[in-house]
Design a protein around this ligand. Structure first.
Ligand code: PLP
Length: 242
């Protein structure tokens, strides 16, 4: 049986190889381990294998898991990233329990997160989610609206604007994947060039998953979000087993 530690190691090797192929430094791409639907024991195993950053989609599930993992005890502090949609009635939980939010696509949500971020915690690190290939029903702002939202977020006292995130629709083949990822990269570069005040920490392009991380790294991703490659196949509906 392949353990979580083994799979983590092969994902790290894939990232290193993709960096080498793109002429990038191996430490220029961070790995976010996406642990949605997997239990605290799986997170604990990955953390013992050196993983620090974890991504979660479902807020209630995540809040319970964060407490469970903390109770198991670890040598290193973990960083929790919210990569799922944030409904208005969940902003307080997100502001109180997460370190990062990748999925900001509405001003109202950003305002609530900033207001609700507890004073004893550092500012919430946030990315603007951009939709480069879907219809209006898909999450994320259209590229033409990204700068305006990012500038507003950059002024919010308890948020720190870190960059851009995207979840492109699945396409087959490295060339097609690269093409869509490069469109996200373009938005990232344009925002960074035009942003201005409040964009000092704008350094993160959250792009790429298990199936397309090579193309994402080639396009300039600085953070890949990998779930099944580390934890195995997910089973829905989500009811994490003990
Ligand atoms: C589930 C998920 C991932 C991980 O997907 P895998 O294909 O399992 O690597 C990455 N990003 C987001 C936003 C997700 O919801």
């Amino acid at each position: 049986m392949t353990t979580i530690a083994d799979k983590l190691q092969s994902v790290r090797a894939r990232i290193a190889q993709a960096c080498a192929a793109a002429g990038r430094a191996p430490d220029s791409v961070a790995l976010l381990a996406v642990s949605k639907t997997f239990g605290a024991d799986a997170v604990h195993a990955a953390a013992l294998a050196g993983q620090c950053c974890f991504g979660e989609n479902y807020i209630q599930e995540a809040v319970e898991k964060i407490a469970q993992v903390a109770a198991l005890g670890l040598p290193q502090p973990l960083e929790w990233h919210c990569i799922g949609p944030v409904q208005s009635n969940k902003t307080r939980l997100v502001a109180e329990h997460f370190d990062w939010v990748h999925t900001l696509d509405r001003l109202k949500t950003a305002q609530r997160l900033s207001e609700q971020r507890p004073a004893h915690l550092p500012p919430l690190q946030v990315c603007i989610q951009v939709n480069v290939d879907g219809g209006a029903s898909k999450s994320g702002v259209a590229p033409v609206d990204a700068l305006q939202l990012a500038r507003a977020v950059a002024q919010m006292p308890r948020l720190c604007l870190r960059g851009v995130m995207s979840i492109p629709d699945e396409v087959q083949g490295g060339a097609a994947q690269l093409a869509v990822h490069l469109r996200v990269r373009q938005v990232f570069d344009a925002l960074r060039a035009q942003g201005g005040a409040g964009f000092e920490a704008f350094d993160t392009l959250s792009l790429g998953m298990t199936a397309d991380l090579e193309a994402a790294v080639a396009a300039g991703s600085t953070m890949v979000r990998v779930g099944s490659g580390i934890f195995g196949a997910r089973h829905y509906p989500s009811s994490p087993t003990a």
